[in-house]
Design a protein around this ligand. Structure first.
Ligand code: EZ4
Ligand code: CO
Length: 403
């Protein structure tokens, strides 16, 4: 049996913060897992170092399910993003170890490939509609089959999804949270035009997506979904905050625009009603924030019963370790839908050398044993942690709102 001999947390900041767990065994094989929780990174690092790692030493690294249950049930305090990201990191690292010991890429341990690759979507964003469309055209040239369109809203200084950086959208900044200003009525006027012009310029072969980022009420979201129906979106994401899962009933009753939700979910209980009542079409829970490959497979299994497909979160704050794990999961699971892929910066890619690759709009996890991703600890040590926050958002009259 491969015994866990040590585990430690590696904190690095190659342009943005990443928390990585490295688990070592007595067989000379180690595994890596991502534990990055954007804007709250050190809480997960402490949860791992102070509470989880002491429980791992001496355990059989092959017992992935038992260790998962031990950390979930054994904490007594179940769920929550900090706990579930920490469990996810352990889970990813153990799958990495199992794959390396078996001499197989993780997707082979999950049943093998169900498809040639995972369709991914990129982010096209611009300060106005024409700039967004130009960006989307670049993605078309790269071979992407799906693109998310976000555009600046006339009358608002800044909006979610739009930044100065062309390909590396990064909302987290230091030293205290940025404050942005929001108007739903201005936003709702601008989105249909974005997609009308988007379809005119980009045609109908490219899948188009849009992220509302939790900013509509259910009835506003219902209207937006209706207004966008002529443009045949692949999905409308996070139309309303989903703490209240039943709120999606109202949206669903009014529109045939497909709905996706769940990037901030951390367990199957967050989406049980959404899935069982078929209130959504895509579940966005991710490997890092929803308890690792082990738990995400359980969510996908439930979703498959109800014809809900996967559409995992894949922003730049999910490290290449998560990206690799997401691709092993995505290529193997029967009800894969799409995977978000915001490319990492060259600095990040250098710290995390990886086997996954992009071709013709699809990504493949590669065939290296394990997850096929590593951390260059020497390089990582050169980048010190840099506190950064996601922005907060207020309405025009100063009322605190959802970011
Ligand atoms: O705002 O990952 O669909 N993608 C998103 C992301 C999230 C960030 C938060 O850390 O909504 O851009
Ligand atoms: Co989103």
């Amino acid at each position: 049996m491969p015994t866990i001999t040590s585990a430690r947390v590696i904190v690095t900041c190659p342009g943005r913060n990443f928390i990585t767990l490295k688990i070592e065994t007595d067989q000379g094989v180690y595994g890596v897992g991502d534990a990055t929780l954007n804007g709250r990174e050190l809480a997960v690092a402490s949860y791992l170092t102070d509470h989880v790692i002491p429980c791992l030493i001496g355990r059989d690294a092959h017992r992935i399910e038992d260790i998962w249950q031990y950390l979930y049930k054994g904490a007594y305090w179940r769920r929550g993003p900090v706990t579930m990201s920490a469990i996810a990191a352990v889970d990813m690292a153990l799958w990495d170890i199992k794959g390396k010991l078996a001499g197989l890429p993780v997707y082979q341990l999950l049943g093998g490939a169900s498809r040639e690759g995972c369709m991914v979507y990129g982010h096209a964003n611009g300060s106005d509609i024409s700039e967004t469309i130009e960006r989307a055209q670049e993605y078309l040239e790269f071979g992407y089959k799906a693109v998310r369109l976000q555009s600046g809203v006339p009358g608002l200084k800044a909006t979610y999804g739009v930044s100065g950086e062309r390909f590396y959208y990064e909302p987290a900044k230091g030293n205290l949270p940025d404050e942005t200003c929001w108007s739903t009525s201005k936003y709702l006027r601008s989105v249909p035009e974005l997609f009308q012009k988007g379809r005119d310029a980009l045609g109908w072969d490219l899948h188009l997506l849009h992220d509302v980022h939790h900013r509509c009420t259910p009835i506003e979201a219902a209207r937006l979904g209706k207004d966008l129906e002529p443009y045949r979106l692949f999905w409308l994401e996070d139309a309303t905050p989903a703490e209240d899962q039943a709120a999606f009933r109202l949206i669903r009753q009014h529109t045939t625009t497909p709905l996706a939700v769940g990037e901030i979910f951390n367990s199957i209980w967050d989406c049980k009603q959404l899935i069982e009542e078929q209130l959504i079409d895509y579940i966005r829970a991710t490997v890092v924030h929803a308890g690792g490959i082990t738990h995400l497979r359980r969510i996908a299994g439930l979703a498959d019963l109800y014809q809900v497909r996967t559409g995992c979160h894949g922003a730049t704050d999910l490290s290449p370790v998560s990206m690799a794990a997401a691709l092993h999961f995505g290529i193997s699971v029967p009800n894969f839908g799409i995977q978000e892929y915001m490319r990492h910066t060259p600095e990040t890619d250098a710290v995390f050398p990886h086997a996954y690759s992009f071709q013709d709009g699809l990504m493949h996890p590669g065939d290296k044993p394990g997850l096929g991703v590593d951390i260059d600890e020497k390089l990582a040590a050169g980048y010190e942690y840099n506190r950064a926050y996601l922005p907060v958002n207020r309405l025009e009259d100063g009322t605190m709102f959802n970011w």
